[in-house]
Ligand binder design. Structure first.
Ligand code: AHM
Ligand code: MG
Length: 335
């Protein structure tokens, strides 16, 4: 039976990536090693997030422990774990984290051919109330052997070789693309392994959910206002869309990927570039959306064609089902 085969022939994320890489005869397993270090970081954060509510009891993040020392906040702790895991992989040269103002340049003896941009724990406003949060990452290759600089990551998203996120939700899920579709893996806590549970995720062409912080509506531009109005009061006889907004990008994008619909973080009068960061929020999620058959648009162009000038640059973003993003593109074209 097929189901039985799945249960006994487990496709772990390592096995899956090794299979994918074996298509490239020149591959020496570097990517697989890099990914296994990212996976380790995700498992650590998952375990820390699950214990967060017990912090007072056992002295975890953000609380004072028995020795009276202030413990690290969960986001700081997560960042430390990812930076150390990535450096020790021996496969990275430049790291950009949302938590660190400056890029990290790996010391020469530990350098490798990848650059990783990441948000170790996104959705910080949701940490203390137990709502889903996540890690987002994107991977570039270093295309020279000179001294690495930030120029090595100030490249358009379409040059990423892989992107993904891990969601710490009702289950822990890692969603990954290496440019051959989008694949979802669920952590089996008893095995400590991510198992392929969602092969080749495709986003529905059209959805019935929109996801946006409507509290900012008074400051929106024309196209965003018109679009959301259309979601609520459609004039073409179609049913109104539902609104879902967690306020954790990973959770909102994950739902959009699986159910279809659109996620918006537009520009507004107070933040003319929106809120979300190009390198480690907009690019990885846009990469995944396109790989799943959806689209990602900035209000001006295809999100993956942006060329960031600064590592923590922001951009407005509209991403999700192909047809839904077409509608917002049309509204911006009318302007
Ligand atoms: P953070 O990096 O401080 O956690 O902010 C990023 C988060 C995203 O996960 C989410 O999409 C967005 O901020 C929500 O912002 P808002 O509270 O303005 O709606
Ligand atoms: Mg963030």
């Amino acid at each position: 039976h097929a189901a039985d085969a799945h249960r006994t022939d487990l496709m772990t994320i390592t096995r899956f990536v090794l299979n994918e890489q074996s298509k490239y005869p020149e591959s020496r397993g570097d990517f697989t090693i890099l990914l296994s270090h990212i996976v380790l970081g995700c498992k650590f954060v998952c375990s820390a997030v699950n214990k967060a509510g017990l912090a007072k009891l056992i002295g975890l993040a953000g609380e004072t422990n028995i020795q009276g020392e202030e413990q690290k906040k969960l986001d700081v702790l997560s960042n430390d774990v990812f930076v150390k895991a990535l450096v020790s992989s021996g496969r990275t040269s430049v790291l950009v984290s949302e938590e660190d103002e400056e890029a990290t340049f790996v010391e020469p003896s530990k350098r490798g051919k990848y650059c990783v941009v990441f948000d170790p724990l996104d959705g910080s406003s949701n940490i203390d109330c137990g709502v889903s949060i996540g890690t987002i990452f994107g991977i570039y290759t270093l295309d020279h052997t000179d001294e690495p600089t930030t120029e090595d990551v100030l490249k358009p998203g379409n040059e990423m070789v892989a992107a993904g996120y891990c969601m710490y939700g009702s289950s822990c899920m890692l969603v990954l693309s290496t440019g051959t579709g989008v694949h979802g893996f669920t952590l089996d806590p008893s095995l400590g392994e991510f198992i392929l549970t969602h092969p080749d995720i495709k986003i529905p062409n059209k959805g019935n959910i929109y996801s946006v912080n409507e509290g900012n509506a008074q400051n929106w531009d024309g196209p965003t206002t018109k679009y959301v109005e259309k979601c609520k009061f459609p004039k073409d006889g179609s049913p109104a869309k539902s609104l879902r907004y967690v306020g954790s990008m990973v959770a909102d994008v994950h739902r959009t990927l699986l159910y279809g619909g659109i996620f918006l973080y537009p520009a507004d009068k107070k933040s003319p570039n929106g809120k979300l960061r190009v390198l480690y929020e907009v690019f990885p999620m846009s990469f995944l959306m396109e790989q799943a058959g959806g689209q990602a648009f900035t209000g001006k162009k295809r999100a993956l064609d942006l060329v960031p000038e600064k590592i923590h640059e922001r951009s407005p973003i509209f991403l999700g089902s192909y047809d839904d993003v077409e509608e917002i593109k049309a509204l911006y074209a009318e302007e």
